[in-house]
Design a protein around this ligand. Structure first.
Ligand SMILES: Cc1ncc(COP(=O)(O)O)c(C=O)c1O
Length: 401
């Protein structure tokens, strides 16, 4: 009998984690590598949040908790949804998990039957299609090109929906493109969804607070209250509060769905870390001013990267509205050969040669479902970004026909 399950054969390991691991291995082996692969802020977790965790430890809040979150955190989440998004939820409509990742996974596991479809706009966060496959469903990819600013059109959404569609996964600002949908663009999509009452909406708002210039974040249930009863609004503390390692994510939605997610969690991880939950209470209830100062830094870095990459012949790098990624196209470089003799046939060979010859780790676009592109995470120091972009410029200048 085969040891590994047939379901496992349907999925691949996370390519972003693979790039980060490869860069770390090369560094450990003494190579001079700049990693632009990781999806996490380089800022430290704010002190008030750390102190809340320390005080939780000191006061013995170190035991199992309620499966899907302590009441204090659920209340803080309800307050956050009211304050930031104008959405009214009660604690029984809230689920807290070990990162937004577990929340998304629980929701898909709790709802998908074999053959049911999930519409995922591409470029997508790498985990969506594989989570859908793990849960037994079928990902249906609806592509948004660079010419469309990486934003799905209502026509493309309409065309992707079938009677078997269970979920539409929405992510704005987006990982990997940073593209953010404004209210009108989102309303055009929610209008389509209103015509298909069997489709549920899973909105991944993880980058809500990382919104720049005059872009204003909005979420589907806020833009179209008619979708409230079939929307799961997912968020977390990882990105806005520099808390990736604490592993706290959350969602709010209809009670029946939240209860089903609780059932999965009760038979897998039991509850998210008690200490991290207390830290998340402080993150959501405490001062929010450092988000704006962090965003000033992110904007400066985004502008630096966009400017330096746009200066390269054969590379097109749009300016995104949010998150901490850019997603340049290398269409103009395909077919060329690197100074080290590597043939650039696609974005995967580009990223491999860039790492090998220039010591810069980026994630190739095929991993996110749109080629030929690559993703740069600019959540790293200005110095590292400048050096990395200079290396990318030099590498590209060395390409020959
Ligand atoms: C779009 C998106 N959603 C969800 C997550 C999961 O975040 P976490 O599990 O740290 O809450 C990430 C992390 O990279 C992400 O980029």
């Amino acid at each position: 009998m085969e040891l590994l399950s047939a379901t496992l054969a349907r999925v691949k390991p996370s390519p972003t984690i693979a790039v980060t691991t490869k860069a770390a291995e090369l560094k450990a082996a003494g190579r001079d590598v700049i990693g632009l692969g990781a999806g996490e802020p380089d800022f430290d977790t704010p002190q008030n949040i750390k102190e809340a965790a320390i005080s939780a430890i000191n006061s013995g809040k170190t035991k199992y908790t309620a499966v899907d979150g302590i009441p204090e955190l659920k209340q803080a989440i309800c307050d956050k949804f009211k304050r930031d998004n104008g959405l009214t939820y009660t604690p029984s409509q809230v689920s807290v998990g070990t990162g937004g990742k577990q929340i998304l996974y629980n929701a898909l596991m709790a709802t998908l039957n074999p053959g049911e479809e999930v519409v995922i706009p591409a470029p997508y966060w790498v985990s969506y299609p594989d989570m859908v496959l793990l849960a037994g469903g079928e990902p249906v990819i609806a592509t948004a090109t660079l010419e469309q600013d990486f934003k799905l059109t209502p026509e493309a959404l309409e065309a992707a929906i079938t009677p078997k569609t269970k979920w539409f996964i929405f992510n704005s600002p987006s990982n990997p493109t940073g593209a953010g949908y404004d209210r009108d663009e989102l309303k055009a999509l929610t209008d389509v969804l209103m015509r298909h009452p069997h489709v549920w909406v899973m909105t991944d708002d993880m980058y809500e607070h990382l919104a720049y210039d005059d872009f204003t974040f909005c979420t589907p249930a806020e833009v179209e209250p008619g979708l409230f009863d079939r929307t799961l609004t997912v968020n977390g503390v990882s990105k806005a509060y520099a808390m990736t390692g604490w592993r706290i994510g959350y969602a709010a939605g209809p009670e029946k769905l939240i209860a089903a997610m609780r059932k999965i969690q009760s038979q897998s991880t039991s509850n998210p870390c008690s200490v991290s939950q207390w830290a998340a209470v402080e993150a959501l209830n405490g001062p929010q001013d450092y988000i704006a100062s962090n965003n000033e830094i992110f904007v400066r870095r985004r502008n630096l990267v966009v400017e330096m990459l746009s200066a390269i012949d054969g590379v097109t790098c749009p300016t995104p509205e949010g998150a901490f990624y850019v997603y340049p196209s290398i269409a103009g470089l395909i077919g060329k050969t690197s100074a080290g003799g590597a043939k650039i046939t696609d974005d995967e060979s580009f990223a491999a040669a860039l790492l090998e010859e220039a010591g810069v780790a980026v994630v190739f676009g095929a991993a996110f479902g749109l080629s030929p592109n690559f993703r740069v995470s600019y959540a790293t120091s200005d110095t590292a970004l400048k050096e990395a972009c200079t290396r990318i410029q030099t590498f590209c200048a060395g390409l020959t026909d």
